[in-house]
Ligand binder design. Structure first.
Ligand SMILES: *Cc1c(COP(=O)(O)O)cnc(C)c1O
Length: 296
């Protein structure tokens, strides 16, 4: 539906000593597009198709000031000729994040809501204008998962023992689980949020009914907390880039790759297993780090 400026995703085998003991491959969704990078485009596509079918002209969604989903929605809407708006959690900050600035540049209108109102409205759309097509926060929903399932369209999942991805809402992992219905591959969601205990249940809520829930595992790996980083994480990001030429973001994918190493060290991933890591993109989030933090 939206082809220009989009690049093909590809599979990369990892060769450095960082992942000794396993056969690791990375599905590089981060190269897809510089704004709508990674998993976001996959999660959005069926929502936007439905909006078009319903002849809605305005898309509304929800997110925080650093939401990759919000900026991806803004860009996709601009490309496809929709008007867009987002409800943003919290008061308007004195200086806008790069994410919100970019969203506005793509023509998105932003409405700031207090945390209480935000929480209420994101669960109850009844007070919102019925003519708007609403995409839930983070693209969380059945259509988001169905779109995310197409991430694996050109991958033979039977070649892998594990498929591992970072989780925010879990929509992406729900889609991966949909795509792995007919195989024994284990899907591991790396939970980067602290204390998000319902993640497993929330994933199954939006996945197809006939997925193999026994093959879904959650590994809690907040690494200090959501969107928090340590010097150790930054060293890891620079090392991963130097050794494998893979840029990561500090919120999701740096922790994802670190978690894979940790899962192997803890012997949760068996020796010599074949592991597919989903690089879900999100690199624009690194713009909020101080200059010169990263070598890429
Ligand atoms: C949004 C995002 C996620 C989380 O995806 P969910 O489908 O909400 O679990 C993971 N990685 C990156 C890079 C993201 O931007």
């Amino acid at each position: 539906m939206m082809n220009h400026h989009f690049k093909d995703i590809y599979l990369q085998a990892l060769h450095s000593t960082l992942f000794n003991g396993i056969h690791a491959f990375v599905l590089r969704l981060d190269v897809l597009h510089k704004v709508v990078s990674g998993n976001k485009w996959f999660k959005l596509k069926y929502y936007l198709e439905e909006a078009k079918q319903k002849q809605c002209t305005t898309i509304a969604t929800f997110g925080g000031a650093y939401s990759n989903h919000v900026v991806a929605t803004a860009y996709a809407c601009k490309e496809l000729g929709f008007k867009s708006m987002a409800y943003i959690r919290g008061e308007q900050p004195a200086t806008l994040s790069h994410t919100l600035q970019a969203a506005m540049e793509y023509g998105m209108q932003l409405h700031y809501l207090s945390r209480n109102n935000y929480f209420f409205m994101k669960h109850d759309f009844t007070s919102l204008d019925k003519k708007k097509y609403i995409i839930p926060e983070g693209g969380y929903g059945v259509l988001g998962a169905k779109g995310a399932a197409t991430i694996l369209d050109n991958i033979d999942v039977k070649n892998y023992d594990y498929i591992i991805a970072a989780c925010g809402t879990g929509t992406t992992v729900a889609g991966l689980l949909n795509a792995c219905k007919n195989s024994t591959v284990k899907v591991i969601g790396i939970n980067v949020l602290k204390g998000y205990e319902n993640l497993y249940a929330d994933i199954l809520k939006v996945a197809d009914e006939d997925v193999k829930s026994d093959n879904l595992f959650i590994y809690d790996y907040p690494f200090g907390g959501y969107a928090k980083y340590t010097p150790e994480l930054i060293l890891w990001m620079n090392d991963l880039y130097k050794q494998e030429n893979i840029p990561t973001d500090f919120v999701y994918t740096a922790k994802l790759f670190y978690a894979v190493k940790d899962l192997y060290n803890k012997k949760i991933l068996a020796n010599n297993s074949k592991v597919l890591i989903i690089h879900s993109g999100g690199l624009q989030g690194n713009l909020s780090l101080p200059a010169n933090t990263l070598s890429f």
